[in-house]
Structures are given as C-alpha cells and as structure tokens.
Design a protein around this ligand. Sequence first.
Ligand code: F6R
Length: 268
Amino acid sequence: MEVIIVDSPEQVANRAARMVSEFIQKKSNAVLGLATGSTPIALYRELIAAHQCGETSFRGVTSFNLDEYIGLAPENSQSYRYFMEEHLFSHVDIAAKNTFLPSCKRDDNPRKVGRAYEEKILASGGIDLQILGIGSNGHIGFNEPSSSLASRTRVKTLTRETVDANSRLFDDGDFQPHLAMTMGIATILEARHILLLATGENKAAAIRDAIEGPLCAHCPASALQMHRRAVMVLDRAAASALEETDYYQWVESQHVSLVEEYGHYYDL
Ligand code: F6R
C-alpha cells in the first residue's frame, strides 16, 4: 500500500486529480470506478477544470459507480446518479451511455441487478482505476463493518452511523433510504488500481485501522492491504493517528525521485 500524506484537503484533491488525469491520458478508454460523498467533490472539480482547459478528455472513458441508494429515482436530487451528473458527468465529455450505477428499483430483483452489474463490469474489461472514499467506521462503498471480504455487488443495510453521517445531505422530511446496492469488497479488490482519498480528523481512526490494523471485516477498508496497487492520499488530519508516518513520507520521497527518473506513475 502506498500512503501519500499532504497538507490540506485541497492538496488531496489536486494530487488525486493529477493521478486520474495522467491515467486517462495514458489509457483513453479507461474504465473508472467512481465514488460519491463529500470527499471526491473537489477531485471532480479539478478534473472538470482539467477537461475545460483541454488537458483531459473522458470521451473514451467508461465509469461504474460504487453504490446507489435503493428507492431513489435517478432524478431525485439525493440519488447518486444525480450527484454524479451534478458534480462530474454533465461538465465533461463522457458519453452518458458509458456511465453506470448499480441502480435497483423497488420492484427489481436485487440479486439479478447485482449479478448484472458484475457482468457489465467484466464485459467492459474490468475496472482499471477505482476511486474510493472511506466512512468514519471504515466502510468502502457501502460495505459496512462485518461485510464479507469476499462480497460482491448486493444490497446492504446501512449502519445507523452511516445514516446519521449522511443525513446532513437530506432536507428535513425527505425520505432517506437505509438500503443501498453496493459493489462488494471482492468486486473492489478486482480493480487494477485503487486510489483512496481521506480528509479530516473524523477519518483518522478508520485510516489507522485500514492501513496499520489487522485485516478484518470490522474495518472493511483494511481489505485494501490485500491489493497490490492501492494508493491512499490523505491530508494531515486524516493521517494523524498513523504510527509509521515517517516511513510513509520517506518512501514517498524515494518514489518521487523514481517518477522523475522514469517519468510515469502507473504501470498500466
Ligand atoms: C460513496 C461511498 C462511501 C463514501 C464514504 C465517505 O459512494 O461509497 O463509501 O466514500 O461514506 O463519504 P464522505 O466522503 O462524504 O465522507
């Protein structure tokens, strides 16, 4: 696992945007796994800016989002489809037909929807680069603590903690779903590259458990320890509970010289 610690949330977004842009420049038909939530908004803003100045094109890109609430129509302003349109898709040249979310209507069979989503990912060649946030309880996607590390796309019941954390995004009286369809942990681990972003002190304990804790279902993000190419970009607050900070910074300084020498970050 590579751990990059920067000073501020803005630098997290900037660093991640450079990595994603570089990735798409090298692989114009990249398959991206995308996340919603507060953390990637600044990343998407930077990607939009890179697109607007002609640096990055999403024309050949396909995207699969991690999760979607059950019971919210795409046009509902709280749905993740709406979020993606608002924060990325409508501002860049990605083809609408190549953007996918695991949407499951109330009368759909969730097992079939989950299987079909997995098949669609496979048929697209698999996810090249998966972007992740992390819950303060260590969840990735909506794989809450105790999720099977072998899980695939399916319905999950959100924890009360997650429902409370996300209630800030719903107006009083709005229906807030407690169920979501999410890629599983095994689905996420199949991505060729993983880029997890975390900012703020409320993520510090989850980040510590994910990077330095034991591999266990109690902290779903700890499963990333099993991935060969997982990069975590953290601000100082999110990294504040880590023990091996000096080592991560030392590795990073070595890595920067390697990139300078060889001129690329991702070995595609
Ligand atoms: C969203 C998702 C979640 C969020 C996590 C952090 O698609 O999969 O795992 O990444 O809940 O959310 P924020 O960034 O709002 O703190």
